[in-house]
Design a protein around this ligand. Structure first.
Ligand code: M6R
Length: 615
């Protein structure tokens, strides 16, 4: 994720843009920059590091003006550096662009523009937008610069594939700037004689509470005090402004009461951003995103996964998925166990570590042990430049932005997304998933973010059921196959934020002991989705019902449950190995609502730290 912001009005835009960027730093902070049109024309300033670093350089630059755009970056294409920072400019330096998202067809566009003589200065996908707008602006007919600029942006964004939210300024048009979005968020703010554009409302909330949320495929033209919206065909769209009622404390949380809730809702987007560009069928993608070319992928004899806590649960889903899709034997250890148990690893084993922070002491120690023994390691990590990424041979970043809540939610699903993409790509590279099968699975995985959006809408109904069970002292979670780790994760989440006793078992283990703890009214969460083990899982749930449990099913929509479930929450039908991306969401909501109802501290639960850097 990155944060973008824009302003047009009568004030100096620099302080407005800076304060907006600071409020968007939760979306990323490896570099920041501004493009401002003032008396000296269009000027750009960028800086590697946080927004404060950019701020420190501003007085000496003398940059000011009443229209400008800004960006705080979380690197995807291209390392964090000044050249890769936004805004990116056209060859003539008269058009500047900030971008959030990933442009999947940027290489094709870049090659064409290079052949046409454009000169690129960065390694980013985003820079193509500046050159593309420049090309279209030069070709646009007529003498009205504003109309030509609008047409240039419209035609440029129509060529883009992937996800984007952009803001563009043009030196020839000092009275307006333009924004457009597809999949990445963008919201305009209408003030008194001024207008704003940002990735999120808090960026401009201190100036105006009149917000216009852009829909996918919309283009906004912002002038002082006015916002006009158009579709991609250039037809005007009615502008519907909402009045934002959040207080200051809510604003940082995007209007949600807690970061945990906001982060649960962020998941469709963060999973989409994590998947973007990782599922195209070519060796370059496998190499670029996972550090493995086809030869290296085929040479892997086993995969050994190490992680802790929630990241361990993501790794456990990956074990099932890698064995199923790639037909590579996969083992997994809790990192703290691995490091002390003298593991015997076969030659050719790839060490796969999973960590949100990249600073977890046990995970680091496990990776160090393996690398010292000569094994290659691949890290799935969220924090750019963290110790794990520096000490691994390869890194695949999850693109979910900083996770604030101690109880991990969006980092978990982003890890799942990256790991599922890895499993598919390994399967394709090794011939375990022949052409059409691999392509169909990749296309299905890309659809998951839309289905996650549908699943987050269960929130309200879950809150009602949570009310009925929140005073219980003990909870049970059951799942099988790739949803067994989701049962573990559901129980962990509930323990972390509600401080209640919760246990999880593989459904098949029930009769080997755990069934003895079920008594009248005990809440049992059962994940029974469309899968090879569905019938078995359902009979586990019926056994629990027969012993008086209050069973809550997390099920595939339309699948008959029989028996007397106390409640069921349905998720869309998908490949069973992808279903964890959906089934975990209701369990995250249950943990959240039960904790709220019990009056617990949500974002900083007792005794827990966000990053466990000691043993
Ligand atoms: O930063 P990491 O992903 O390595 O952290 C691992 C665990 O400490 C972490 O997942 C922990 O279990 C969270 N509190 C879970 O919500």
């Amino acid at each position: 994720m990155c944060g973008i912001v824009g302003y047009v009005g009568s004030e100096d835009c620099v302080p407005v843009l800076l304060s907006g960027l600071k409020r968007l730093e939760y979306r990323g902070y490896d570099s920041a920059g501004l493009a401002v049109i003032g008396s000296a024309g269009l000027r750009v300033i960028k800086n590697e590091g946080k927004v404060a670093g950019l701020q420190a350089r501003l007085p000496a630059s003398g940059i000011s003006g009443s229209i400008g755009i800004g960006h705080t970056r979380w690197a995807t294409h291209g390392r964090p550096s000044e050249e890769n920072s936004h805004p990116h400019t056209s060859c003539g330096g008269d058009i500047a662009v900030v971008h959030n998202g990933i442009i999947e067809n940027y290489l094709q566009i870049k090659e064409r523009l290079l052949a046409a003589g454009h000169i690129f200065r960065s390694e980013t996908d985003s820079e193509v937008v500046a050159h593309l707008v420049e090309e279209k602006f030069a070709q646009a007919p007529g003498a009205d610069s504003d109309a030509r600029f609008f047409e240039a942006v419209r035609l440029a964004v129509r060529e883009l594939e992937g996800a984007f939210a952009i803001a563009v300024v043009c030196d020839a048009c000092p009275g307006l700037f333009i924004g457009a979005r597809r999949h990445s968020p963008l919201v305009a703010g209408i003030g008194d004689g001024e207008a704003f554009l940002a990735s999120d409302v808090p960026a401009f909330m201190e100036h105006t509470r009149k917000a216009v949320f852009l829909k996918d495929g919309e283009i906004a033209v912002l002038t002082a005090g006015k916002v006009k919206i158009f579709d991609m065909d250039g037809k005007p769209v009615p502008v519907k402004a909402n009045v934002i009622k959040w207080d200051r404390a809510m604003a940082g949380k995007g209007g949600y009461k807690h970061f945990m809730l906001k982060e649960i809702y962020d998941q469709p987007l963060s999973v989409e951003e994590t998947l973007l560009g990782r599922l195209t069928l070519d060796e370059a993608t496998l190499k670029g995103e996972f550090g493995l070319d086809y030869k290296a992928a085929r040479a892997i004899t086993r995969i050994h996964i190490v992680a802790c806590g929630t990241a361990y649960h993501a790794g456990l889903v990956a074990k099932y998925a890698i064995e199923h899709f790639a037909r590579i034997a996969a083992d997994i250890d809790v990192a703290s166990e691995f490091r002390y148990r003298e593991p015997v690893l076969a030659a050719g084993t790839l060490i796969l570590s999973v960590s949100q922070s990249g600073e977890t002491a046990d995970t680091l120690a496990a990776v160090r042990t393996c690398r010292a023994a000569g094994f290659k390691s691949l890290a799935i990590c969220n924090v750019l430049g963290s110790t794990l990424t520096r000490e691994s041979d390869f890194t695949c970043y999850t693109h979910c932005g900083p996770e604030i809540s101690v109880a991990s939610t969006k980092a978990f699903t982003a890890q799942l997304a990256a790991l599922l993409a890895l499993a598919l790509q390994l399967g394709r590279a090794r011939g375990a998933l022949p052409g059409p099968e691999g392509e169909a699975l990749a296309a299905e995985l890309m659809r998951l973010p839309r289905l996650m959006e549908k699943t987050v809408s269960l929130d309200k109904n879950i809150a009602e059921v949570a009310r009925k069970i929140c005073r219980k002292g003990s909870y049970l979670f059951l799942g099988r196959n790739s949803n067994f780790p989701i049962a573990l994760e559901g129980a962990l989440k509930l323990k972390e934020v509600s401080y209640v006793h919760a246990e999880a078992f593989a459904g098949g283990e029930m009769k080997h002991g755990p069934i003895a703890i079920i008594d009248e009214g005990m809440p049992v969460f059962g994940i029974a989705v469309h899968a090879a083990t569905f019938d078995k899982m359902l009979s586990n749930l019926h056994e629990a019902v027969a012993r008086g449990a209050r069973v809550i099913g997390i099920m595939t929509e339309g699948i008959p449950a029989g028996g007397q479930l106390a409640a069921r929450f349905d998720v869309p039908k998908v490949n069973e190995y992808f279903s964890p991306l959906l089934t975990v969401i209701p369990l995250q909501f249950f943990a959240y609502h039960i904790a709220v109802l019990r009056g617990c501290e949500i974002d900083q639960p007792r005794n827990l730290a966000k990053s466990v850097t000691v043993e």
